[in-house]
Each structure stands twice: as C-alpha cells, then as structure tokens.
Write a protein that binds this ligand. Sequence first.
Ligand SMILES: NC(=O)c1ccc[n+]([C@@H]2O[C@H](COP(=O)([O-])OP(=O)(O)OC[C@H]3O[C@@H](n4cnc5c(N)ncnc54)[C@H](OP(=O)(O)O)[C@@H]3O)[C@@H](O)[C@H]2O)c1
Length: 222
Amino acid sequence: MPSVMVIGASRGIGLELARQYADAGWRVHATTRSLARPGKLGDLAGEVSLYSLDVCSDADIAALAEALAGMPIDVLIHSAGVIGSRGAGDEETRTQTFRINTEAPILTATALLENVAASDQKKIALISSVQGSGRPRVGSEYLYGDSKGLLNAKFRELEPQWRARGITSVALHPGYVRTDMTGMMASISPKKSVRGIRAVMDDLRLEDGGRFVDYKGKTVSW
Ligand SMILES: NC(=O)c1ccc[n+]([C@@H]2O[C@H](COP(=O)([O-])OP(=O)(O)OC[C@H]3O[C@@H](n4cnc5c(N)ncnc54)[C@H](OP(=O)(O)O)[C@@H]3O)[C@@H](O)[C@H]2O)c1
C-alpha cells in the first residue's frame, strides 16, 4: 500500500488531499495543529494516522520525524500555508509568513527526507503559488507573493541534493481554489484541484524533478 504524508491537513487543499488519497486506498499520514479536535480530518475513512504539527515549531518538526523514523513515505506534500498579507505586512506578520510559507516546507521536507528516500515512489511536492512567479522583488509590497517566490528560490537551490538521493520533487501551484484562504471566491473546487495534483504526482518521473508545475501539470514560470 503506497503512503502519503500531507503537511497541513486540517482544512482546504490539505484536507482534500488526505481525503482523496485515503479513498484511493493509500496509507495517509496527515498533520494538524488541533490533534485533540481534528474535525473533518478525524472523520476520514481508511488508513489515516494523524500527527500534531505547528510548522513554526522546530520541536514539533523534530517530534514528527522521530515518530515516523524508519517508515517509508512515498509521497510527501507540504500544503500548510498562510496568506499573511496582500500588502507588505507588519514585522510580526512578515516573520510568521516567511516562517510558514518559505522556511517550513524546506524544514519539514528535510526532516522527512530519509522517509521519502526509503520509499518506492520517492516524490515531494511543495505547494507554492503562481503569485510567487518573478518574486521576491526588491522593494516589494506583496508579502504573500514574496514568501512563495523565496520558497521557489530555496527549493531550486536544494532540489539537486534531493534528486541525488533519487527523489523527484516539484514546486506545485494548486490552481485558484475555493478555500478559507481565498474566501471561497476562487475558480475551482478543492476536489478538482486535488484530483489534478494527484494525477500530476502519479505521472511524475525523475526528469520532472525541479520543475514548477500547476495542478494540470503545466509549467509555471519561476
Ligand atoms: N487556495 C488557493 O487558491 C491557493 C492558490 C495557490 C497556492 N495555495 C497554497 O496552497 C496551500 C493550502 O492553502 P489552502 O487554500 O488550503 O488554505 P487554507 O484553507 O487556509 O488552509 C491552510 C492550512 O494550512 C495550515 N497551517 C497554517 N499555518 C500553520 C502552521 N503554523 N502550522 C501548521 N499548519 C498550518 C492550516 O491549519 P489550521 O487549520 O491549524 O490553521 C490549514 O490546514 C497553501 O500553501 C497556499 O499558499 C492556495
């Protein structure tokens, strides 16, 4: 049975990823900040294991890696993210947004790299955004876009090391999806986005490593 780890599965795209992979018969590992009251995530049927994780906590990331030590993870998807600010944001918002959107995907993927390397499929997707294209920009006043652009830059720096371990990893734009983040105003449902993301992950080959793709598999410009 293949396995997937979804980072940030309490709501939105992450919750739908956990649901669809579980329905498809995968073993699902999923993280939430509210383990005591997991809500809809706790209601999912199938082989679903939940873990507590605030991606701002180094201790939580270390505890997650310890709990999963020796367990292969075929597909790791880091979905957790925040909008932060559509403007420049105050200092606290900037610090938190860069931690969650930029540093955390790299930190969690690095912490779980051995698990992915030990699996059959060896695939990672860091959920980024088309809003990060052409960013970060000097003097920019768009925190969210800059945080995703900087994630892309860090991903491109690290990806060759992951590829050397036989891991295929991509930065992935999920589409403009109706979730809390977009105030439900967006163009596609989480169901459609996640059906696409799963197909993209299924089709990934080693030569796709290092690409920035959307939920349809189309290339997004850096
Ligand atoms: N929706 C879109 O149109 C769209 C477009 C492009 C990219 N994206 C990206 O897609 C990803 C998922 O977005 P979404 O639309 O599903 O957003 P969402 O519905 O707002 O869900 C955000 C998820 O991230 C988790 N999260 C936030 N801060 C966290 C933290 N410190 N530690 C652990 N988990 C944390 C939330 O957990 P809690 O429930 O605990 O807050 C929640 O599960 C994000 O990276 C987002 O930037 C979304």
